[in-house]
Design a protein around this ligand. Structure first.
Ligand code: C2E
Ligand code: MG
Ligand code: MG
Length: 582
């Protein structure tokens, strides 16, 4: 950054002396900006129009010096005046100083030792309040810029480290616990990509402001970079107090934000480390909080305290991420299909495609182990497209070879759905595989829809317009508002297997299941029960009129070959639902 230059007014009638002085000022003092005036009257005019930090007045004689000093001091008492004379006595100097001159120099001394004389001149100038103020402001600004994030005005990463180091030193002297939060926003990239950087910037500013408001004066929030923020809670009584603060931040961030006319919601994942339990130094505490944040994110948001075993898992995760990337490139994913069976008719009414990773060393890996990572890294888009393509291609192939014709259901993860391109992707996959849209069901969870209901309404409407059917998966476990069932164009509710699993043990699960079936029917939706493992469960479901069932009782998810035999009628389901009556 450039410091302000001192603006100097050189008043000199003497062409020779003035230019000498001028040249000295210019050559030695890069901080000077020199304006020349020939006579005091001209100088007064300039002083009236511009701000100067000092006047150097080279007078022809004592009378001129006296008159000039009087004028300048009278009209511009705040601008320091240095008078330069051919020669000077101590009496003259005293007299001129009385008239308002800050200093008096002789031409001789200026010529002999211009450096130290000019230094003296500069000394007078910096006393000038404007310059001092500006220099101070510049210094402060320099300091502020070095320590703060320019967008949010919050302390930056370096300043955070300094403050954390200081807080840890204090905590060592007067033992008291301290918490570090690592906060990462969820869905920020999507907002930035779809609504533009200006909205993204506004959002970061608002997020910083909201976090700050949740904290005490003595706490600190810093922006680490991107959509990452860090917090120091100095002297938190215990983990409970840290959890309370984390909850408060989550709540503050999840409230809608209206930014430039856009109604937005962001979530956050918070990792928490505690000193001295998790570490004593800046690096360790930030790393532990970061690891815990990663875990929180993998679970779909919220906050997590660091646990020592998390470190180990993170290393595995990093390996997994690299593997996953390669697996997508090498197309190591396979689909298994699980029949969904019509309860009354007993036939297969749909097949759910479930992805598995055929890992070259670890064997078959189930989706719970990698979908979270695929979402987190954005790889879900490509993986989701591969899955959709393969499911549609396979279904079309079965149809072409005389198998019984049933729709295929494909799971869309929340992140994949929220990416915004899902409708275009579905349209092009249908076109490429030639599968007719009525043979495709899309399964979405409540949370995928509820995180941005207006976006979901629009996307689901476009999907329905394409001719697909939409099922709500794992119904009853997400955070949902029942009002959306009325608003969204959905056709099926899949009752979560947790309720089905408890049917025979827990009257509450039984009551919830019955209520969901009845609600689905009242809303003209198909009720499907997931995770049906026993004949008793199937019997129970039959009474309230559950339309379809899926579960190990009927068939486990299987590779394409056995499913094809089933579709050709060459092999039966493990337990046909109608048989349950017999
Ligand atoms: P989901 O969509 O609810 O799928 C049903 C899960 O329940 C499957 O687990 C299935 O194997 C399991 N299941 C079926 N019948 C029974 C039963 O009788 N008892 C029990 N205990 N479980 C049963 P899977 O294949 O491990 O998939 C887990 C989850 O991973 C799926 O839950 C779905 O949310 C996700 N997933 C699977 N494939 C994909 C995919 O291609 N894309 C995305 N985004 N997610 C997928
Ligand atoms: Mg599903
Ligand atoms: Mg499910």
């Amino acid at each position: 950054m450039t410091l302000p230059r001192a603006r100097l007014l050189l008043v000199s009638a003497s062409a020779e002396g003035g230019s000498h002085l001028h040249a000295s000022l210019l050559s030695r003092m890069s901080r000077f900006e020199v304006t020349r005036a020939q006579v005091p009257a001209e100088a007064v005019r300039l002083l009236a129009e511009h701000a100067y930090d000092g006047i150097v007045f080279e007078a022809d004689d004592l009378a001129a010096a006296r008159a000039g000093a009087k004028t300048f001091h009278h009209d511009f008492p705040d601008v320091p005046l240095v008078v330069v004379l051919a020669e000077c006595t101590p009496e003259v100097e005293t007299e001129l100083k009385r008239e308002g001159a800050r200093d008096v120099l002789t031409r001789i001394c200026l010529a002999c030792d211009s450096d130290s004389v000019l230094q003296r001149v500069l000394g007078h100038l910096v006393e000038n309040t404007r310059l001092v103020r500006e220099l101070e402001r510049a210094r402060q600004l320099g300091l502020h810029l070095a320590h703060h994030d320019t967008l949010t005005g919050l302390p930056n990463r370096q300043f955070f480290r300094t403050r954390l180091r200081e807080a840890l030193a204090r905590a060592r002297r007067h033992p008291r616990p301290l918490a570090v939060f690592f906060i990462d926003l969820d869905r920020f990239k999507k907002i930035n990509d779809t609504l533009g950087h200006n909205i993204g910037d506004l959002l970061l500013i608002e997020v910083g402001r909201r976090i700050r408001k949740c904290l005490r004066e003595t706490d600190m929030v810093a922006r680490r970079g991107g959509d990452e923020f860090t917090v120091i809670l100095d002297g938190v009584a215990n983990g409970k107090a840290a959890a309370m603060a984390a909850r408060k931040i989550m709540e503050a961030l999840s409230a809608p934000m209206v930014l430039d006319g856009n109604n937005l919601r962001v979530g956050a994942s918070i990792g928490i480390s505690l000193a001295p339990t998790d570490g004593h130094d800046v690096e360790t505490l930030v790393k532990c909080a970061d690891i815990a944040m990663y875990r929180a994110k993998a679970r779909g948001g919220g906050f997590e305290f660091f646990l020592p075993e998390m470190g180990q898992r993170t290393v595995q995760w990093i390996d997994l991420e690299n593997d996953l990337r390669q697996a997508i490139a090498r197309k190591e994913f396979v689909l298994h299909y699980q029949p969904i069976v019509h309860v009354e008719r007993g036939n297969v009414s749909c097949l759910e495609a479930l992805v598995r990773w055929q890992h070259p060393e670890r064997g078959l890996i189930f989706p719970d182990e990698f979908i979270g990572m695929a979402e987190e890294t954005g790889l879900i888009t490509e993986l989701g497209e591969q899955v959709l393509f393969e499911a549609c291609r396979q279904n079309k192939a079965w149809q072409n070879t005389g198998c019984s014709i049933v729709p295929i259901a494909v799971n869309f993860s929340a992140k994949q759905f929220q990416m915004g391109k899902s409708v275009d992707m579905v349209r092009s996959v249908l076109a490429d595989t030639g599968l007719s849209p009525e043979f495709l069901d899309v399964e979405l969870t409540e949370s995928a829809i509820m995180s941005d209901p207006s976006f979901a309404t629009e996307t689901l409407r476009r999907m329905r317009d394409l001719g697909l059917r939409i099922a709500i998966d794992d119904f009853g476990t997400g955070h949902s508002s029942l009002a959306y069932l009325k608003r969204f164009p959905i056709t099926k509710l899949k009752i979560d297997k947790a309720f089905v699993g408890g049917l025979m043990r827990d009257p509450k699960d039984a009551a919830i299941t019955r209520a969901i079936i009845s609600m689905a029917h009242n809303l003209q939706l198909t009720a499907v029960a997931e995770g049906v493992e026993t004949k008793e469960q199937l019997e129970f479901l039959r009474h309230p009129g559950c339309d379809e069932v899926q579960g190990y009782l009927l068939s486990r998810p299987q590779p394409p070959e056995p499913i094809e035999r089933l579709l050709r009628g060459e092999s039966p389901l493990t337990a046909a639902p109608m048989a349950a009556n017999n």
